[in-house]
Write a protein that binds this ligand. Structure first.
Ligand code: GTP
Ligand code: MG
Length: 198
C-alpha cells in the first residue's frame, strides 16, 4: 500500500472527545522518545505531519490523521516519561488505557521498542497488559540505523526470549528506521492486509 493522502484531523485529550466516525484505526504507542511521531511521518512521507522532538514527552494528546480518505492513523503520547509528575502520569495512563480498551474502531496498535535497549520492564509490562486485555498489537523495533545488524539480531532475540517467558506465541514483529528510511513497505503491507480482511 502507498499512502497518497495523510491529513491531520484533530488532537483529543480523552477517548470521549475522539471522532465518532467508525473508519478503521491503527495506533502507535511506546515509551516517550522511542520514535512514534517520526515513524508516522516516515510512513506518510511527510516530515511535518506529526510533531517530533529530541526532548521526551512531545506528544501529549491523541492525534488523529486521516489516511487515503479511508482509515485513521493515531499518534499516542509516550508512556514512562520520568519528568511527568505522578498525578499527571496517572491521568495520562488512564486516558491512554481508556482509548486502547474501549475504542471500538481500533484494529491494531503498534507498540514501538527502541532496538538499542535490553528488554525494559515498562515495555514488557505494557505488552503483557495488552495481551491480558486482548488488545491486538504488533511490535516495531525502531532506530535500527543506530546499531549493527548483528547487534539488532541479538537485541531482538533477547526481547523475544523475555516475552516467551509469559506467552506461547509472539506478535508480528517489524523493524524500522526513520533515518535510513527502512521498514515502511512491510508495515504498510501489513496494515493493508488487515484492512482487507476486515
Ligand atoms: P514522544 O512524543 O515524546 O513520546 O516521542 P516520540 O516517540 O513521538 O519520538 P519522536 O518521533 O519525537 O522522536 C524522538 C527522537 O528520536 C527525535 O530526536 C527523532 O529525531 C529521533 N528518532 C526517531 N526515529 C529515529 C530513527 O529511526 N533513527 C534515529 N537515529 N533517530 C530517530
Ligand atoms: Mg511523539
Amino acid at each position: 500500500m502507498e499512502i497518497t493522502s495523510a491529513i491531520f484531523k484533530i488532537s483529543c485529550p480523552d477517548r470521549k472527545s475522539c471522532p465518532k466516525e467508525t473508519v478503521p484505526e491503527f495506533s502507535f504507542i511506546g515509551r516517550s522518545n522511542v520514535g512514534k511521531s517520526s515513524l508516522i511521518n516516515f510512513l506518510c512521507g511527510n516530515k511535518k505531519l506529526a510533531k517530533t522532538s529530541s526532548t521526551p514527552g512531545k506528544t501529549q494528546l491523541i492525534n488523529f490523521f486521516e489516511i487515503n480518505h479511508t482509515w485513521n492513523l493515531v499518534d499516542l503520547p509516550g508512556y514512562g516519561y520520568a519528568k511527568v509528575s505522578k498525578g499527571k502520569r496517572d491521568v495520562f495512563e488512564q486516558f491512554i488505557s481508556d482509548y486502547l480498551l474501549n475504542r471500538e474502531q481500533l484494529i491494531n496498535t503498534f507498540v514501538l521498542i527502541d532496538c538499542r535497549l535490553s528488554p525494559q520492564k515498562i515495555d514488557i509490562e505494557f505488552i503483557n497488559w495488552c495481551g491480558e486485555k486482548n488488545i491486538p498489537f504488533s511490535l516495531i523495533f525502531t532506530k535500527i540505523d543506530k546499531i549493527s545488524s548483528s547487534e539488532l539480531q541479538k537485541k531482538m532475540a533477547e526481547f523475544k526470549k523475555e516475552l516467551l517467558k509469559y506467552w506461547d506465541d509472539l506478535p508480528p514483529i517489524f523493524t524500522s528506521s526513520a533515518v535510513s528510511l527502512f521498514g515502511k513497505e512491510k508495515v504498510l503491507n501489513y496494515i493493508e492486509k488487515i484492512l482487507k480482511s476486515n
